[in-house]
Ligand binder design. Sequence first.
Ligand SMILES: Cc1cc2nc3c(=O)[nH]c(=O)nc-3n(C[C@H](O)[C@H](O)[C@H](O)COP(=O)(O)O)c2cc1C
Length: 180
Amino acid sequence: MSSPHSILAISGSLRSKSSNTGLVRMAQRLAPDGVTFQFWDRLGDLPFYNEDLETDPPAVVREWRDVVSGADAVFIAAPEYNFGPTGVLKNAVDWATRPLGQHALRGKAISIVSSAGSTGGAHMIEQLSGILTLLGNTVVNEPAVQIVKGAERISADGTTTDPEIEVLIGQRLAALTTKI
Ligand SMILES: Cc1cc2nc3c(=O)[nH]c(=O)nc-3n(C[C@H](O)[C@H](O)[C@H](O)COP(=O)(O)O)c2cc1C
């Protein structure tokens, strides 16, 4: 049984000094009162999706599906790699969307923010939003959080030298919370 206000958060970067992991930790600190905020940091432990494993999925896959099922909303902070989502993030989405028709991600409100390079993650956000919308999710991407060269200003511990980023993350969490 899920909490009425629970947000699951993931980072689409495995880098130890990841600025997107920093955005997740920032969101964890800024989460509104009454909201349970869980950072699931095992995306890198998921095997590559393989339909052969569906008959007896590895424990980490079952854990991933369970945390997704238990959340009302998902907060994704991810970089853009080659004008699209990172492989590790797309892999996690694929695992979460099977078995078809009764999958864990079904019906969740989902927010995507990005700290990337020169594009600020605009292409990644557009593509992933399209994918999640087709999957039937409610995508909440206002206000836009597309941070150009964010690694120069955001540390993996969730601190930033740019107070405007904290304002945007706080506003986004408020917008996401209204959908759950
Ligand atoms: C393989 C690769 C491809 C990248 N492609 C893009 C890109 O298409 N657009 C962009 O804005 N930044 C791109 N970048 C830069 C990353 O988005 C940027 O370094 C970001 O800060 C990485 O996120 P992290 O700090 O959370 O690890 C790329 C980086 C790598 C390693």
